[in-house]
Design a protein around this ligand. Structure first.
Ligand SMILES: NCc1[nH]cc(CCC(=O)O)c1CC(=O)O
Length: 293
């Protein structure tokens, strides 16, 4: 059995913190194992002036790490599940889905501002967020904001934004949740598929000591259902779909949002049933929401 492993991570503070969470859990579960974190700049992190949709989508955040994993430079990689593309290479399976951090989105106001006023500008590059927040703040407008969590908070303070929306999970992991003014319920703002879950990717057939301690079966059920919903709607890169699944005992409850490109409208809905049938249920929900147009 290996006694030293390398975990690959993107360079952002959040990515490194997430890799540390997995490192600590593995080292705790497997005494004698030492883990080193290796950071890498991905194409998605380098190109900040263009929208993700224009430069090729989520794959740009994992490509370099996938290559490092394939050629043995690293042994594992840790990603936010929501940033992972729909197609994951067969040789590099997700071997663990972590216990989910708070999946909700949160509003952060510009320092010094107490309230979002009429005409306020909300920084968000996610159409999933701007569509749903548009219903909550119909008198506000939305302006793109890109970059990692710290960059966005810097831009919020220094550029022409009154507020921004970020995942609570990331802020909590960074110990920054005190900047939050409002947490949206999962009904007000259905999260992005996978939000709050970390995916640990490894090489096919390779055993990682202690990995069972990192894996959470309810996160796995949720991941399958949420990604099943997105896959059915083919919303992988550019379409503002949202999906959130909650398990309780043997049940799963799935919320989903379907965006109709032609009309610019969206429909949200919910379905529940046995958690082993999550993917089928998710597909049924997707089909029924699509059928409303
Ligand atoms: N796209 C960046 C990203 N990817 C995952 C998270 C949050 C952490 C998570 O979902 O586990 C964030 C930041 C954000 O959306 O605010």
């Amino acid at each position: 059995m290996r006694t030293h492993l390398k975990i690959g991570s993107r360079e952002s503070a959040l990515a490194v913190r997430q890799a540390q969470i997995v490192k600590e859990a593995l080292e705790k579960a497997s005494p004698g194992l030492t883990i080193e974190i290796v950071t890498m700049k991905t194409t998605g992190d380098k190109i900040l002036h263009k929208s993700l949709e224009k430069i090729g989508g989520k794959g740009l955040f994992v490509k370099e790490l996938d290559r490092a994993l394939l050629n043995g430079d690293i042994d594992l990689s840790v990603h936010s599940l929501k940033d992972m593309p729909m197609e994951i290479p067969k040789e590099l399976p997700v071997i663990a889905y972590t216990n989910r951090e708070d999946p909700r989105d949160a509003l952060i106001l510009k320092p010094g501002i107490q309230d979002l006023k009429e005409g306020g500008i909300i920084g968000s590059s996610s159409r999933r967020r701007s569509l749903q927040a548009g219903k909550l703040y119909p008198k506000c407008s939305f302006k793109n904001i890109r970059g990692n969590v710290q960059t966005r908070l810097f831009k919020l303070e220094h550029e022409e934004y009154d507020a921004t929306i970020l995942a609570l999970a990331g802020l909590k992991r960074l110990g920054m949740e005190t900047c939050v003014s409002r947490v949206f319920s999962v009904d007000e703002m259905i999260p992005s598929a996978g939000q709050g879950i970390l995916a640990v990717q490894g090489r096919k057939g390779e055993k990682i000591p202690g990995i069972e301690a990192v894996d959470c079966s309810d996160s796995r059920f949720a991941a399958k259902a949420e990604r099943g919903f997105v896959r059915y709607l083919n919303g992988g890169c550019t379409s503002p779909v949202a999906a959130y699944a909650e398990t309780s005992g043997n049940e799963i409850r799935i919320r989903g949002l379907y965006y109709h490109e032609e009309s610019g409208q969206f429909e949200a809905g919910m379905i529940s049933g046995e958690k082993h049938k999550g993917e089928i249920l998710a597909e049924r929900l997707a089909r029924s929401l699509k059928g409303r147009f």
